[in-house]
Unconditional design. Structure first.
Length: 332
């Protein structure tokens, strides 16, 4: 039997159809909006793709509204004034929120990160090439980095990479490996990644590494081993000591700094997607990299299960959810 609070939540956050006026009677617009909370840019992109897939299935014209919802990337005083999505991306089509104020057919999405279970993207989808192919098609069709951001990324890519043959590596640390967040994939030991990198660089004739990490200690470890062959987007990095008793890295900076960190992350994901070879732990970001790419000559993801806990009070629901998310790979 459904709990009362679940029923209230579903009613408050349900999808809504609205008639706002007589304009565009031959079009159905789908406004994608949900509270991002402390989700980083990688998972925001993933959740937007989920809603874009739903819009395609329904024949709707998508418009992304992260203006009227909470996000770590906008300050309280600017909430409701700025569309977070448009910091980095264009709208999927020529239409925006202003264009549909008097439209006849407007569908507002569920105020939830996913429109339904059928469109849900899971960590371990990286193994399903047919699923990745579909998600890649949606990304290429609907998600376009805006010209300002594209120019900045291009300048960084040309300066760092040029015509070098590069092994791309994504390596999460800091809050992820310290907190071991429930239901998230277990991350590999950085030394294991370094050992793998040595092998792949020789086998695949890669002269340099392009490393994406927010962890100062991990970055230093790679630099100690590979020296100037390690290339990275200039960005703010942190140590576990910096984190202290904070819950996550987001607690260490304000919304403006978070936007700049998110830009560095987007630039790193984009550049990684252009590398011929890619190795990584399983994260939202590494899944986005695979979706962004046209495919790699060589790729390796460390599939080490997911972080879980021993709290039996979580009950069967969370147990089954955990197993579903992880493909029945559970690690305590």
């Amino acid at each position: 039997m459904a709990r009362c609070e679940d029923i209230v939540y579903n009613i408050k956050n349900r999808q809504r159809k609205q008639n706002l006026g007589p304009e565009n009677p031959d079009k159905k617009f789908y406004v994608i909006g949900f509270n991002c909370g402390w989700n980083g840019l990688g998972w925001i992109i993933i959740h937007i793709i989920e809603h874009l897939e739903y819009a395609e299935k329904k024949g709707y014209i998508p418009i992304i509204d992260l203006k009227h919802f909470r996000s770590q990337y906008v300050s309280a005083e600017n909430s409701g004034k700025e569309n977070v999505w448009e910091y980095w991306f264009e709208q999927p089509t020529k239409y925006n929120l202003q264009d549909i104020l008097k439209s006849k057919h407007v569908v507002k999405s569920r105020r939830a990160i996913s429109p339904n279970r059928k469109c849900k993207i899971r960590y371990f989808d990286y193994k399903n090439e047919e699923r990745v192919k579909k998600l890649r098609s949606i990304y290429n069709k609907h998600i376009k980095i805006n010209e300002t951001i594209k120019k900045r990324i291009s300048e960084i890519q040309n300066r760092l990479i040029g015509d070098k043959r590069v092994l791309g590596i994504m390596c999460r640390g800091t809050d992820f490996t310290m907190l071991k967040p429930y239901l998230h994939p277990v991350q590999p030991n950085p030394q294991d990644i370094i050992n793998e990198a040595e092998i792949i660089m020789k086998e695949r004739n890669c002269s340099h590494i392009f490393l994406s990490t927010e962890d100062t200690d991990i970055h230093d470890l790679f630099r100690k081993k590979f020296g100037d062959r390690v290339l990275s987007v200039p960005q703010t990095r942190f140590t576990k000591k910096d984190l202290g008793d904070k819950g996550s890295l987001s607690d260490l900076s304000d919304s403006e700094n978070r936007r700049e960190i998110a830009f560095s992350y987007l630039a790193s994901m984009y550049i990684l997607s252009k590398c011929p070879c890619f190795i990584s732990g399983i994260t939202g970001g590494s899944l986005v990299v695979k979706i962004m790419s046209g495919g790699f000559e060589y790729e390796h993801f460390w599939d080490l299960g997911i972080y879980t806990c021993n709290d039996e009070s979580l009950g069967e629901y969370w147990k089954h959810f955990c197993e579903e998310l992880a493909g029945k790979r559970v690690r305590k």
